[in-house]
Design a protein around this ligand. Sequence first.
Ligand code: EPZ
Length: 430
Amino acid sequence: MEQYAIKGGNPLVGDVEIGGAKNAALPILAASAMTDETVYIENMPDVRDTKVLLDAMQSIGVMIKSTGRHSVILNAGNINSLTVDSEGIKKIRASYYLLGALLGKYKHAEVALPGGCDIGCRAIDQHIKGFRALGADVSIRHGLIRATAERLTGSHIYMDVVSVGATINVMMAAAMAEGMTIIENAAKEPHVVDLANFLNSMGANIKGAGTDVIRIKGVSRLHGTEYTIIPDQIEAGTFMFAAAVTKGDVTVKNVIPKHLESITAKLREIGCEVEEADDCIRVVASKPLRHTQVKTLPYPGFPTDMQPQITVALAMSRGTSIVTESIFENRFKYVDELTRMGANIKVEGNTAIIDGVEKYTGASISAPDLRAGAALVIAALAAEGDTIMDAIKYIERGYEDFHVKLQGLGAQIEVVQTEKDFQKFKLKTG
Ligand code: EPZ
């Protein structure tokens, strides 16, 4: 079993190149199945979730050709099944994007119920409500969601909660429905906008993505396109917080600073210097970090996917901080692991009350999910001594070459397989 061996104590220093956004790539890949023509995608992150989705698409007859580590060509002209039930697909959340994409184009789809990170109840009622409003019949049977319609017709849909997944799914299905669909209370995340831009580049007619109200005028066919995925906001934010926690000086390159505003604001509030340029951001942490309060919110609020990373920073800051998680109800599971490293955090419901400590100490820990796993790595990089971390497969779901990029910033981190490897790592790193 692969583990990370980490020796803490080195400030991270240098430049790191940020890859394409996982949460934009997933719906964009699914939406590529909405045309019979060829689609070229650039800046694809090479992470496990995108691989699983590509495998699932291949299993229903989508032709997929990789033309480099970060570029792929897809052609869905010869799809031979509208049922997606491969073993891997059950493990990822984004499986349900094939539902919206296939329903939009073929008016029928059956997809295994989605999995994904265990961060709380992840309802799909808004997806179902949206598909039904467009005229689809939706049922769940034998672990599959089935959506089918003779024809899809545009509708006025009010989302009861702001949901990235439901906004994206309904947008895809509505792109090929007859007439106008209006989604109210839509999610505004950069990846929602990226998908709308991608669909528009295929001939869709979507306006308002990035605001609360998205208007979609259905078209009867979509054509091939060439498209470059936006940079990953959360990967960038993770490295920015890694700089803060390790008292380092890191420049994240190939980013869109606008997408990182809530993260930049919090870093400044806790005492970091943040310099923005056109497509890069430098974070310097030369002073002790200060406490603050933060509540996760849909974009443009502070992202839930950055909640563990900011908690790791605040737990090593002066004073008492409060972190409120308002999106997922079970996203503090990593606090037990952080406590092993010396953090002083009390979780009450969806709130963490954090009394900052001077330092972390290395420990034997486990990554409970993708973002929490990355956050614990950051804690280990700042800790005194060695850490061994299990379940790093979660981190590989969404971070490409995480440990390699960290090594490039001076981190002492390696993938090890056995206790003997860990002992060797300890000897080597002193
Ligand atoms: C997406 O999940 C991301 N996943 C998550 O990233 C991210 O944490 C989340 O959006 C919020 O930004 C992907 O893009 C693949 P939601 P999603 O629908 O779409 C409730 C990561 O680490 N809800 O916006 O599943 C839901 O329970 C992952 O990269 C309903 O009630 O999130 C939650 O409380 C983890 N009914 C809230 O809305 C629904 O039908 C937001 O969920 C749908 C959602």
